[in-house]
Design a protein. Sequence first.
Length: 727
Amino acid sequence: MARFLFSTVPVVGHLDWGGLLETAQLLLRRGHEVLWASGAQVAAQLERAGVPLAIIPVAFPGTIRPHAGAGQQQMDFEELYAAEMRSLLDMWLDERQVEQACDAHLELIRRWRPDVIIADPFVIGAALAAEASGVALAGCGYPGPFTVFMPIAAAAPVAAEFQERRNRLRARIGLCPLAPESTPAFLFIAGDLHLVYFSAEWFSVFNPRPSPGARFVGGAAQEPAAPPPDWLHELPADRPLVLIAQPTGYQVESTPLPAIFAALERFGALGILGGATEQRDQIAALPAHIRWEAWLPYEHVLPRAAAIIHHGGTGTTHDAICWGVPQIVIPEAVDQLLHARAVLASGVGLSLRRDRLTAEVVAGALERVLTQERFRAAARRLRDQFAALGGVPRAADLLEELALRYNPRPQPAGSNAGSGEPMPTCRICGSQAQHRTFSMREMMIGLRDEFRYFQCADCGCLQIVAVPADLARYYGEGYYSFNSDPRQQPAELMRTLAVQFLQTYFGQNRFTADSAILDVGCGAGGLLYGLREAGYTRLAGIDAYLPADICYPNGLTIQRRRLAELDDAQRWDLIMFNHSFEHMDDQEEVLRLAASRLTSDGVCLLRMPTVSSYAWRTYGVHWVGVDAPRHLYIHSLESITLLAERAGLVLVETRYDSFELQFIGSEQYQRDIPLLSQQSYLRNPQNALFSPEQIEEFRRRSARLNALRQGDSAAFYLRKAVRSSYA
């Protein structure tokens, strides 16, 4: 196990950056040691998070001061810019404070001996100490410098002084000076790794050239750790709920709240506002349509919110994206202005100027955001893009890889390190990085045979190292999808279930009785049987593991074939892989064949387990979704997106459809109870581990995880990629 030292300025927002504190928590759960270096101002937050704190100097100015040119309207742009840079320099590169911070970090490194230091871009002392100590350094926040000194004559003396201060600080601890630059970067830690909890698209507006170490990990909404507060149920359901988020790290000279309150009243919306007691005391009597709560659990409030009005802080912006909520940003300073530009450019919301704010302006923006579908559609698109990047688990993986690269250690059970075998190559993206390896057991039938899997360090796909030569024996005659004869069920029930399936996944009239539908890996073909009974006639089902073809009296035939063996002239409106794609070895070839056999507006549906889920992060090798060795590949959102693109398809939508088995099976596997044993809930619910109340709670949790896009199985909708006719 490794030791990770996080260092941030003592402001609540700097604990976040979109997922930094959650990454520390996940590393702790994985068995690593974590320590957070900062000021006493964030002690309460870290204690609640269960992360130990070392209180040391971090060179924090205490308050964020307005720049020296504020209010000086007679100053021209160059003078204002020089004054701004001077203010930043004096705040964040005060030599005496940075020296103290550097010395404190050097002493902490000597005593605690971290393997990796993760530093907020404003803690320059931590970066210097890491470099002087030879400890692996990771940055976080922006993908490149927060600001670069522009080649402006008035700012040249400030740029020169910045470089002089920087080199004096370096020389003091024995580091070589850095060569002079005409446009030096400021407030950026160029470590071996740079965690960015956003997407490359988000920052492309103002930082199109990320640093070489930048890794965009996005993020995803997390399952609430606690039940919703009682007051949330008291809110009326017939009025749009708008969350109003106040800044925590800045001195706000002119509050926009009166204009926001008036705008919400005009629109008939309900506003909800939170903050510290002293903030509440600064506000006059709240209108009836505004509710104040000292603590707003975003994980419960944002799913209810129709929109959020906020200042553009990194954490709040990130939360709104992960929940797919349209935004109205009223920025004040620094990175808030950058996020406001990105909100506008990405289409997820609007940005309003604070100096031109009126109730009419806010009401107009609110009407657009709440009534125009394009904002919510853009918010959903960006939410899915962030989730596909892996979020906090991906960030933790990258930090573990960095620690391993600097200080190789014995690998966990199942690893091939030191065995003389080469590191497996990812069969999805081709990566040969230091993948995490696992030893998985066959637990559905209960054979308990062990198989080696690895999770790609780059695309996140979990895959078996070597496909067993005798894979067929792990299916056998009793395998559940072959062993269920649909004729044994009432025909009306089969018809109803099949039609409900199409309506659930595709809506009321997307496919008709005349649509051409192919089900690949369909087992005995229960779904197709029901559709045939309902009057659908252009149906085909194939499964390579069937003992023989199945011919039903109603005219449906299920063939023992692979996709490549079908007539390549036949085109299908829908090709389905219902929990079958993960069983197929030639992943890219199968998707290419599917793409070639779709009609121009056809849909390829992949329903399968995913490692981009709460269950995989929580249960690991005991997760029922692994299903070794039958599941050869278990995709992440990132890996299935990449694979689809290589096959000429585009992932257009993802719907999570997990259910209680993710808890039932995984909890049993942790206790060495196979899924099909007589002790299993599936075979003997009366004498199983779980009470009816627990099963119901598993169902509720599964529904919540699906809403959070963290369920352990999902439906991926793929269409043919549209190719431009232009060169």
